[in-house]
Structure formats: structure tokens, C-alpha cells
Design a protein around this ligand. Sequence first.
Ligand code: GRF
Length: 198
Amino acid sequence: MPNSPATKRIAILISGRGSNMVALADAVRRGTIPNAEVATVISDKRDAAGLESANERGIETLVIERGARTRQEHDREIVSALAARQIDLVCLAGYMRVLSSELINDYRGRILNIHPSLLPAFPGLDAQRQALEHGAKVSGCTVHFVDETLDGGPIVTQREVPIHEDDTVENLSARILIEEHRLYAAAVAKTLKKLSIK
Ligand code: GRF
């Protein structure tokens, strides 16, 4: 009998609502993301609503605020929390900070982010508003590896979402968010599978 593959340990970094974090945690629980465990949810904001959702699911939560520290100092504390928990994959889910090069280097190829546009179109903040103001007829979401560029790392997978004539930022964001939740779970499953055969 072949050994069952070791359980991969995921850390999810959030700053707010945490709906993508919940989607990942629920996909792990259902087995849509197999052989995995959400080992910790880390927030840089004490009042992030997602912390409660993680607690309700029995997932460890950590608040690691930047405070008056430099980005490097802040990320050093995050790196040591990740290392102490032997994290295999870091998922950014509405984490509103640029990562230090140290964190990126330590986990290169093992940090994913979800972005609400079809990258490379509309990187940065307010991607849904950017798409509407541009008159785009289609937008979507992208899961990509994090590197030193802003939303510019290698793309894992994307999904298109149509834009309607009368769309508002709220409508479009809600339509994209539904797809984000499915796409992120699929991308994490695919990435973990690749990591486990490396
Ligand atoms: C999502 O639209 C995600 O793509 C973007 O920030 C939003 C976070 O939402 N990076 P949530 O906190 O996962 O609900």
C-alpha cells in the first residue's frame, strides 16, 4: 500500500471580512481540498470580521499587527509564526499589505493571492471599479503566486465573469466574489498537489 500523502499545512492571511478564508476552510473540511489542514489564520487587524469566522470553525487565530514597526520587522514575526507551525502554503485572502522580500523569499512558490480581476488587467486596489470605469465587458478573478511585483506573479488559474450594462461596483463585486470562492479552492487543491509531488 502506498503511504497516504502527508497533510499539507495552510496558513491564511486576512485583513477583513474573510469570505475567501471561509471558502478555503470549508473546502478543506469537505475534502474539495484534500490532504490539507488550515493550521492558522493570521490577521494584521484586531477587528477583522474573519477572525470570528475562523474561531467558529475551531481554527487557531493570530493577530499580528504592524504597529510602529517596519514592514520587515512585522513580516519577521509572521515568518516565525509560519515556521513554528511548519506551514507548507500561505494563502492571502483580502490581506491588505505588501509583503517584505524576506517573507516572499522564504516561501517563494508557496504564497498564493486572489485578485478580483483578470490579471494583468486592473491590478491594485478597486479592481472592480477600474473594470467598470474602463468599460470592460468582462472581468473575473485570478489566483496567482506572490512575487515582488504588485499582483504580477505567475498565474495559477483565472475565471471570467461577465459585466452587465447596469452593473454597479457592488453588483459586480458580489458576482465576482462567488467565483473567487470556487476558484481559490480549486487553485489551492492544484497547488498542493504539485507541491506534494515535488
Ligand atoms: C476579495 O475580493 C479578494 O479578491 C480581494 O479582497 C477581497 C477580500 O474579500 N483581494 P474577503 O475578505 O475574502 O471576503
